[in-house]
Design a protein around this ligand. Structure first.
Ligand code: MF3
Ligand code: CO
Ligand code: CO
Length: 276
């Protein structure tokens, strides 16, 4: 039994605002993501920007799904072999590190969830390639979004692209429906088979957020109750957008002035300002 909500025009309007604000936090923090900064300082800066400049609420702070302890910070900072849910703290970013900053804001009750990778200084060739392939994986998944297509089409396309490059797809964490609730149905798997799972319908909103490992796909949970690493300590990368299914395709909700452009081979047109 599943029930994927179809958002109302009013919900969609709220989600457009939350999505843009979520993306603007990433724009704001970008110049600070340099060698020598701590992940805790990045969290502090983002938290202040959200609360004092945007009037948004950081959704991760005290977020507590069943079986978890409350997440203690405003953003997730996942460095090198950390796959996701890294907790900001004393860790100093250094030349060659890669870090995912995952930002979710709440505005007027609506959630905007997105993440980007940042490569510090002179990254290794492996780190650059993993990052590029992971960004392509996210967009290849996004390009599958249209009414009548199946959710399994997204995962299949992502898995094919990652595995063709020699990388692996994390299975334990996935994209998710989102709205006034942070994580809701459906789950968006980043692997799978075409033509399987639910059909997409206009008004659905969900994230696509592939986690791609340079080595094996297995994960290891750290003792802090949140941080997830690769079991083989290989590098991991992740990108995330929040996506609306439109009448003809998709609209990326988490876009702003600083969003990197889609890869050149993405020819589907993202819509904007389409009346809901
Ligand atoms: N933003 C993450 C996601 O993309 C969820 C983070 S939950 C937290 O779904 F509590 F760790 F913040
Ligand atoms: Co998400
Ligand atoms: Co996120």
């Amino acid at each position: 039994m599943t029930s994927i909500s179809i958002k109302s025009p009013q919900d969609i309007a709220g989600m457009r605002i939350a999505g843009r604000l979520g993306s603007e936090v990433l724009d704001y923090i970008t110049p600070f993501v340099k060698a020598g900064v701590t992940t805790g300082e990045l969290d502090r800066l983002c938290h202040e920007y959200m609360v004092n400049v945007q009037g948004t609420i950081p959704a991760p702070l005290n977020y507590c799904p069943p079986g978890y302890t409350p997440f203690p910070k405003a953003i997730c900072t996942s460095v090198n072999d950390v796959i996701c849910h890294g907790i900001p703290g004393d860790k100093v970013l250094k030349n060659g590190d890669s870090v995912n900053l995952d930002i979710t804001v709440i505005k007027d009750g609506y959630h905007g969830d997105n993440s980007r990778m940042f490569l510090i200084g002179e990254p290794s060739i492996l780190s650059k390639r993993l990052n590029e392939i992971t960004y392509e994986c996210m967009w290849i998944g996004i390009a599958k979004v249209k009414p009548g297509a199946h959710l399994g089409d997204i995962g299949h396309a992502i898995q094919q692209h990652a595995e063709k490059a020699g990388y692996s797809v994390v299975r334990e964490f996935c994209g998710h429906g989102i709205g006034t609730v942070f994580h809701e149905e459906p789950q968006i798997l980043h692997y799978g088979r075409p033509g399987t799972l639910e059909k997409m319908q206009p008004g659905m909103i969900f994230t696509i957020e592939p986690m791609i490992n340079a080595g094996r796909r297995e994960i290891k949970e750290m003792g802090d109750g949140w941080t997830i690493k690769t079991k083989d300590r290989s590098l991991s990368a992740q990108w995330e957008h929040t996506i609306l299914v439109t009448e003809t395709g998709y609209e990326v909700l988490t876009l702003s002035a600083g969003s990197p452009p889609p890869p050149a081979f993405i020819t589907t047109q993202a819509q904007s300002g389409v009346p809901a």
